[in-house]
Design a protein around this ligand. Structure first.
Ligand SMILES: [Ca+2]
Length: 285
């Protein structure tokens, strides 16, 4: 399930945090996203950027926590909860969770807080790991899979400026998962996977792509080292490990008191949505 709210943001850098407590969780994950598109009821949601890995029973063993969501220790980014948006507009702040056991007291969220940050993402390079599953795409012996994408906004670096055969991937172990590790300046990029330069290219599904003019590409915002989940060639990433949101899998208990924002750059929302069901939190302030 997920909870979300709309916020108006100017281009800039922001820090998100909230209070959270849980006790004895198992087989459960919780993540926070920011996205320029709203969640659609009944569909899974991936957002433009994951901004915080709050808890994850598979990759983070901490099962008891009371305090800031950025302090669970489960997010390995340099600046957990911090992110940048490069255009002003309406964004959706989404908390998404799923799994088996929410512990003895449920998971209590409180004091959602989003404020401008003075973190400087402007001049750093980060590692980006990309991978694509070619199992469903027949390849000849000498075929090579490439990444083709945008250059950095400064004009240099990035995803190869759609050059064809600049960024080759490899499948040395022959398991049909092609990988490449890039080192790129922070920023927003679009890209897609191709075969033998531009000999053929995948069609990225609109549901997990970024549409620019008539083109649908994959998108990634690089503000920290990032491992992009493996997608099928021409497909969307498989959500790991939580799987699609299960509407039956509801948290036993939620408590909110406040979502506040920094001066001038965003405003308090009046409505919190439970995955498209706003009435539950109407009038929250
Ligand atoms: Ca491989």
């Amino acid at each position: 399930m997920a909870l979300y709210t709309a916020v108006e943001l100017e281009a800039g850098v922001y820090a998100f945090d909230m209070d959270i407590s849980y006790n004895g969780i198992s087989n459960v994950w919780g993540e926070v996203y920011i996205s320029s598109s709203a969640p659609v009821p009944g569909e899974d949601f991936f957002g433009d950027q994951q901004i915080l890995n709050v808890y994850n029973a598979w990759s983070c063993s901490k099962i008891v926590h009371t305090g800031k969501a950025t302090a669970t220790g489960c997010d390995t980014q340099a600046l957990p909860g911090q992110f940048a948006v490069d255009a002003s507009g309406t964004y959706y702040l989404v908390f998404k969770t799923g799994g088996n056991s929410y512990g003895t007291s449920g998971i209590v969220l409180d004091n959602w807080h989003l404020a401008p940050s003075d973190a400087d993402f402007s001049s750093q390079n980060y590692a980006v790991s990309l991978s694509v599953d070619m199992s469903s795409e027949p390849l000849a012996t000498n075929d090579t899979v490439y990444v083709n994408g945008t250059k950095h906004s400064s004009g240099t670096g990035g995803f190869g400026d759609w050059c064809g055969n600049c960024i080759a991937m490899n499948d040395d172990d022959g398991d049909n998962i092609w990988r490449v590790d890039l080192n790129v300046p922070s920023g927003s990029y679009e890209y897609k996977f191709t075969i033998n330069g531009w000999e053929s290219e995948e069609s990225v599904p609109a549901g997990c792509g970024v549409t620019t003019d008539q083109f649908v590409n994959r998108g990634v915002v690089v503000l920290a080292d990032v491992v992009v989940p493996t997608s099928e060639y021409g497909g969307c990433a498989v959500q790991q490990p939580g799987g699609p949101i299960d509407s039956q899998n509801m948290l036993p208990y939620f408590q909110f008191s406040l979502l506040c924002c920094g001066v001038n750059k965003c405003r308090k929302p009046l409505v919190l949505h439970v995955y498209g069901e706003p009435a539950l939190f109407e009038g929250l302030d």
